[in-house]
Design a protein around this ligand. Structure first.
Ligand SMILES: [Zn+2]
Ligand SMILES: [Zn+2]
Length: 155
């Protein structure tokens, strides 16, 4: 891990501690491990997937799925994390410290591809301006079938 990343993590950790304090929750090793894992693996996790990963990465830490649910919820409510919704299948979370990006989501296997397109970003700004809006943010999720799942169907 390089110096800049460490700084970034320290900042995140400080924010997290502040949020916990405001919510009258204790800063525990379990909660720190949740933040750390999300930081070390910049992917998209359901609470269950995160649970499995933490159990294998920190075998000596006893962490319940309820703690993971609650902590992810807290991270999202405090805007330190964002989530993608999969309807009945639940949500997948990622930390909000990543650069802005949008998502392609496979409806079959749940694979997520991140992308960023300057033209689309600009177009959104134009549409907002045309309608007298000051854009403060957006969420774009494109649903479909990934290349792998298309191949499997044909095979
Ligand atoms: Zn797929
Ligand atoms: Zn993402």
């Amino acid at each position: 891990m390089n110096f800049i990343q460490n700084l970034e993590y320290d900042h995140l950790l400080a924010e997290f501690k502040k949020v916990l304090k405001e919510s009258l929750l204790k800063f525990t090793k379990q909660r720190e491990v949740i933040l750390q894992t999300l930081y070390n693996f910049p992917e998209h996790f359901s609470p269950e997937e995160l649970h499995v990963l933490i159990k294998s990465s920190y075998p000596d830490i006893n962490i319940g799925i309820a703690t993971i649910y609650r902590t992810l919820n807290l991270l999202e409510n405090s805007t330190l994390a964002t989530s993608l919704s999969f309807g009945k299948a639940g949500k997948k979370y990622e930390l909000a410290n990543k650069p802005h990006h949008d998502h392609l989501i496979c409806k079959n296997c749940g694979k997520i591809i991140e992308f960023e397109d300057k033209k689309i970003e600009k177009k959104q700004e134009d549409i907002a301006t045309k309608n007298g809006f000051i854009l403060t943010g957006h969420v774009m999720q494109l649903y479909g079938i990934c290349a792998h799942c298309q191949k499997n169907k044909k095979g």
